[in-house]
Design a protein. Structure first.
Length: 456
């Protein structure tokens, strides 16, 4: 059959409040032209993030009812720990309330003012946690990542030659760890190949530098490997995941992505001494090491979700349904990052609005206009998010100016996505009338979450 269907049935529904353009104009003005500050009930299709917004299964809800809420050593902790160890393979598992808490603990222990942490592309909280500890977050995307229109299959790869040069120049004295983000969220949701992961591991281990994977969307990345690297076409998703993590020394994970959970995350390592130091911070900031800021029911939901995400039929659907939107946008001539990623559609705001300079935030303008037109909420990933040095205040254009439309797992249907495509096209047809934006007020770190904007 050629028709793509959702490999699940819908058992419970949630109402969507339909609004008029006039109402949305009032809502957006009240939110200071920042989609993060909108009330969720005033959004028609919410594609702000795929983090914590997925629909959980009947099995996960049932598991939550079995949650053991004991403070220390609960059954739910052991079920969670054993599931993580089985899939990811690391000896030390540290639960946290979400991914950025894992990052905060990791970088709080390992990063200082002399540190350089290379990555294919750091996402917002990863970069901010490194910079908060006075380190340097360095992006080393592969050259192919700059061509948003090419069909290169692994644009999420790290630039291996650049990494080798950096390691040779700085060594483990200044590089406390090397990271790679799978998939590369800031780079258009593009996957990282197993060959690239092997090369990063080779360089890291040769220099004695720990190698960590930001594992938020590990299953989606693994399915791209299965579809695009010939040696893995007959390998199961769980075995691809196990091989990916076998090359690393640890990982951070937001379970709010590829574990279907509404909250949760974890930090893993094979270094028992490091884990001891990390757990001391965990106790201070998150909770006892067997719950880490999570309820027992949350640990149960994550354990179920980590198994469900590796279902081949679901992963086929996930990748094909995202590609469906991208292909329809390309047919309309709308500039979009290709090939399609797994979790999101990325509009190229610089090509969409070429008359708006990067320092007038074309991505923010496009995100605001898409909400005004159709009630669709996305997020700018560009100069607003990455253009400002939090220590000096210096601002320069980011490498890319994108608008990410992150698709929650098992939430929206094809007709919802057809509505999104239509809304984007309506904005495209009047793109020449759209103005740039300015920042009125913003915090030092992670300014995109709470900044106040206005039209130029």
């Amino acid at each position: 059959m050629k028709t793509i269907i959702e490999p699940f049935r819908i058992k419970m529904v949630e109402p969507i409040k339909l609004t008029t353009r006039e109402q949305r104009a009032q809502f957006m003005q009240a939110a200071n032209y920042n989609p993060f500050l909108l009330r969720a009930e005033d959004v028609v299709i919410d594609l702000l993030t795929d983090s914590g917004t997925s629909a959980m299964s009947a099995e996960a809800w049932g598991a939550m009812m079995r949650g053991d809420e004991s403070y220390a050593g609960a059954r739910s902790w052991y079920r969670f720990r054993d599931t993580v160890k089985d899939i990811f393979g690391f000896e030390q598992v540290i639960p946290t309330h979400q991914g950025r808490a894992a990052e905060s603990i990791l970088f709080g222990v390992m990063v200082n003012a002399d540190s350089i942490v290379p990555n294919n592309t750091h996402f917002d909280t990863t970069r901010a946690n490194i910079e908060f500890n006075h380190g340097t977050a360095l992006d080393l995307p592969c050259a192919e990542a700059s061509d948003l229109e090419s069909d290169y299959p692994f644009k999420g790869n790290m630039d291996i030659a650049a990494l080798e040069k950096l390691v040779a120049a700085e060594g483990p004295e200044r590089i406390p760890l090397i990271m790679v983000t799978v998939t590369n969220n800031s780079g258009g949701g593009q996957p990282v190949s197993m060959a690239n992961i092997r090369e990063i591991s080779r360089i890291a281990r040769g220099a004695g530098i720990p190698f960590y994977i930001d594992a938020c969307r590990f299953a989606e990345n693994g399915h791209f490997i299965k579809r695009r690297e010939a040696e893995f076409k007959d390998v199961s998703s769980i075995d691809i995941a196990r091989e990916m993590f076998s090359y690393a020394d640890g990982c951070t994970m937001s379970a709010k992505k590829d574990a279907f959970a509404n909250i949760g995350g974890f930090l893993c390592t094979n270094d028992a001494d490091l884990a001891h130091r990390e757990r001391n911070i965990l106790i201070l900031t998150e909770g006892f090491p067997t719950y880490g800021g999570l309820a027992g029911r949350d640990l149960e939901a994550i354990a179920v979700g980590l198994r469900e995400i590796l279902d081949e039929d679901y992963l086929d659907y996930r990748l094909l349904s995202t590609r469906y939107v991208v292909e329809h946008l390309r047919e309309l001539g709308i500039p979009v990052v290709v090939p399609a990623g797994g979790h999101a559609v990325y509009l190229d705001a610089r090509r969409f609005l070429p008359h708006i300079e990067p320092l007038q935030y074309p991505g923010q303008s496009l995100a605001v206009e898409l909400y005004l037109e159709a009630g669709v909420r996305g997020v700018e990933i560009g100069t607003v998010m990455f253009g400002s040095d939090p220590h000096t205040g210096e601002e320069k254009p980011a490498r890319l100016d994108l608008v990410r439309l992150a698709i929650p797992r098992r939430v929206y249907t094809q007709s919802h996505m057809d509505y999104v495509v239509e809304g984007i096209n309506l904005v495209w047809e009047r793109r020449k009338d759209i103005r740039g934006m300015r920042i009125v007020k913003a915090p030092q770190f992670l300014r995109h979450f709470t900044a106040v904007f206005d039209w130029i």
